[in-house]
Ligand binder design. Structure first.
Ligand SMILES: Cc1ncc(COP(=O)(O)O)c(C=O)c1O
Length: 351
């Protein structure tokens, strides 16, 4: 591994496989089917691996990611997001002819635009109505608004109402375990209430979708959720460490020492490859050290480091999903030996 050109993104394959097995253990015996979120790796090779290990489909956030997934032969794709821009709708409609495609909506105008786009090409597009369970992002806020949209979808010849998208992102990094547990139970009850309200009004909810790695362990065995969109469980990162989850760190960046002094070490990567949106990265060799960053350098303030230019240092990303998006390739390491290199095909696919 020490001959990789750095900075190099590296997966610890054995740790990742253990994380996959742990997640499968959590889901066993429940109604939850795994639809892992592509945003955490943006890598078709990993999507195929997840399907081979039991995932039922792949979730993504963007049309561009869904196009890459279909191109890679993924048959069942959920875009856990709204696709609204008129210029994108013919592309989305054509994609619905190449895979089983599901997308979220939260507005009648978007539903009618999607129907018009689908009517041009024929076939079916599956829809989830997003319900805001406290994140304050997309999604309708009341049961009545939800029902009205579900009924509108039911009247469209090319649209299929699938159910509820209810992602509680506000809890994904909740450090207070008791609060996390209580809020997950409260949201379960709220979503079950919405499902029952739909049934009372003649609308069948087949799927209930959402979930974050941060509260995967809190999901009750009797959960109302049927499709869980966990992403970061594969790799973890610095941002999840305070939660003390049972998953392990499996994603690292290998750097090379460029320069040393008695009180510092400078390595060859900076903010152009490190993301800081949730937490800064950290270097396990110097866990408490103060770091300062520039575009292509990180300075680690440490004495007695014993390092020389050319030596290697690993860092743990602050946030795995945004870090992945700064690299073209990821190396796969098994017991310290690089055994594979996978393309991060959807890096930068923000559209
Ligand atoms: C819609 C949606 N589902 C699921 C996730 C879960 O992600 P993670 O498991 O990485 O917390 C996210 C994270 O941003 C998301 O936006």
């Amino acid at each position: 591994m020490n001959t990789l050109l750095t900075p190099a993104l590296v997966i610890d394959r054995e740790a990742m496989e253990r994380n996959i097995a742990k997640m499968n253990g959590i889901l066993e015996g429940t109604s939850m089917k795994l639809y892992p979120h592509y945003k955490s790796h943006k890598c078709p090779a990993i999507a195929h691996l997840q399907l081979a290990r039991g995932a039922a489909g792949i979730t993504c956030a963007k049309l561009g990611e869904a196009l890459d997934l279909a191109e890679a032969g993924i048959p069942n794709i959920v875009i856990a997001n709204q696709v609204v821009q008129k210029e994108k709708l013919p592309v989305l409609a054509a994609l619905a002819g190449r895979c089983r495609l599901t997308v979220c909506v939260d507005h009648a105008r978007n539903v009618l635009d999607l129907e018009a786009a689908m009517a041009e090409v024929g076939g079916k597009l599956h829809l989830l109505v997003e319900y805001d369970v406290g994140m304050g992002r997309c999604g309708v806020s009341t049961q009545e608004e939800f029902l009205a949209l579900a009924q509108l979808i039911g009247q469209q010849p090319h649209l299929v109402f699938e159910g509820i998208q209810a992602y509680a992102g506000q809890l994904s990094h909740e450090e207070n375990g008791e609060k996390r547990f209580a809020d997950v139970q409260r949201i379960e009850a709220e979503v079950a209430g919405l499902k029952a309200f739909c049934a009372e009004n003649g609308v069948t909810v087949r799927e209930v979708c959402g979930g974050s790695t941060g509260f995967a362990h809190e999901k009750p065995k009797s959960t109302v959720y049927t499709q869980v969109q966990f992403g970061s469980y594969l790799f973890l990162d610095r941002s999840f460490q305070p939660l003390e989850l049972q998953f392990e760190q499996a994603l690292f960046v290998q750097t090379t020492v460029l320069s040393v002094k008695a009180d510092r070490v400078v390595v060859d990567c900076g903010v152009k490859t490190m993301t800081m949106d949730q937490y800064p990265p950290y270097f396990p060799a110097f866990p408490g050290a103060q770091l300062s960053f520039s575009e292509e350098h990180t300075t680690i303030l440490v004495s007695d480091h014993g390092l020389q230019p050319g030596d290697k240092l690993l860092y743990v990303p602050g946030h795995c999903c945004t870090t992945i998006n700064t690299f073209d390739k990821v190396y796969v390491s098994e017991k310290g030996v690089v055994t594979d290199c996978w393309d991060i095909t959807s890096r930068g696919k923000a559209q």
